[in-house]
Design a protein around this ligand. Structure first.
Ligand SMILES: NC(=O)C1=CN([C@@H]2O[C@H](COP(=O)(O)OP(=O)(O)OC[C@H]3O[C@@H](n4cnc5c(N)ncnc54)[C@H](O)[C@@H]3O)[C@@H](O)[C@H]2O)C=CC1
Ligand SMILES: O=C(O)[C@@H]1CCC=N1
Length: 286
């Protein structure tokens, strides 16, 4: 945890911009807004108006011009799909100055690629959030580029603290975090869906089964986080010897759920690394 103090007054006056108006930009913007930053100090850009309405409802200014957004922002989140990052950064690069802090959330796109696409000495950070930022229960990991100072990391952490858990780590962990948590939420949804479908198979109405499955995932997650216990300990607290749970767990183990889940994190991590290799060199100016 960073010990560097940030200045709430300075933070409240920062201009925050988002290039890209998708789910991730929206989730992060909502989290930042629940802190000290005013919507009047935020702006989002996207080529079409399709996703801009929900930002306007939060009081955030919108534009179709990425250069205009950069010129009126201090902190710029790059929240477009990974393959569009070179295009977008080439478009705005000449407007980036020493006052800017650039934060990319694009899966796989490395700090080296980002720095290569931006003016020398640019302060760049790479952030991997996840979808539950939308409800301020995200899990976010960031790394600083070679010209981003510890104070830039502290500022980012402070801006994002209402999005959920925010940690800093070495860049090698960002792709792993993408598999574990960025993509991991989708693995949890698949499990929740399967839980509900099991109950439907046994005769429960679908709506009730899905509502109970989502509460089960929420309750299990909160207890895991808030108790600080290892998952295996909580699992053993649910299992009565010879009871229902151990029979169900045996079935899951026979189905290879543990190995399949580990392999899913591995595949998603490797895919993030592959995306990084693909984006390196694409459209770089140097
Ligand atoms: N969705 C997720 O759960 C997560 C996504 N990410 C990353 O976040 C980034 C954004 O993902 P999503 O929000 O899911 O995508 P999305 O498809 O919902 O949003 C992308 C946005 O970019 C805009 N856009 C397209 N071309 C543009 C351009 N030239 N200039 C400005 N804006 C442009 C689109 O209009 C759209 O609003 C991706 O790089 C992804 O890897 C990271 C973690 C989790
Ligand atoms: O699937 C993806 O590529 C993005 C990154 C993590 C979650 N969604």
């Amino acid at each position: 945890m960073s010990q560097i103090k940030t200045d709430p007054e300075m933070e409240s006056q920062l201009k925050i911009g988002f290039i890209g108006a998708g789910n991730m930009a929206y989730g992060i913007a909502k989290g930042i807004l629940s802190g000290d930053v005013l919507p009047a100090n935020m702006k989002v850009s996207a080529p079409s108006s399709r996703n801009l309405g929900r930002f306007q409802e939060l009081g955030i200014a919108v534009t179709h011009s990425n250069p205009e957004l950069v010129c009126s922002s201090d902190v710029v989140f790059v929240a477009v799909k990974p393959h569009l990052v070179p295009l977008v950064l080439n478009e705005v690069s000449q407007h980036i100055t020493q006052r800017h802090i650039i934060v990319s959330v694009a899966a796989g796109v490395t700090l080296a690629t980002l720095e290569d696409l931006l003016p020398f000495n640019s302060a760049v950070l790479r952030l991997m959030p996840n979808l539950p930022c939308l409800v301020q229960e995200g899990a976010l990991l960031f790394s600083r580029g070679s010209h981003a100072k510890p104070e830039d990391g502290a500022l980012l952490r402070s801006l994002l603290h209402r999005c959920g858990l925010v940690e800093e780590g070495p860049e090698a962990w960002i792709d792993i975090h993408t598999g574990l948590s960025g993509s991991g939420v989708a693995f949890v949804y698949l499990f929740a869906e399967a839980l509900a479908e099991g109950a439907v198979k046994m005769g429960m109405p679908s709506a009730l089964a899905h509502s109970i499955a989502s509460q089960t995932v929420l309750g299990a997650g909160r207890l895991l986080r808030d108790s600080g216990k290892h998952p295996s300990q909580l699992r053993s607290e649910v299992c009565t010897p010879g009871g229902t749970t151990i029979y169900g767990l045996h079935t899951l183990e026979q189905g290879g759920v543990r190995a399949a889940t580990m392999s899913a994190v591995e595949s998603a991590t490797e895919r993030a690394r592959e995306l990084g290799q693909k984006s390196a060199g694409v459209g770089c100016k140097k």
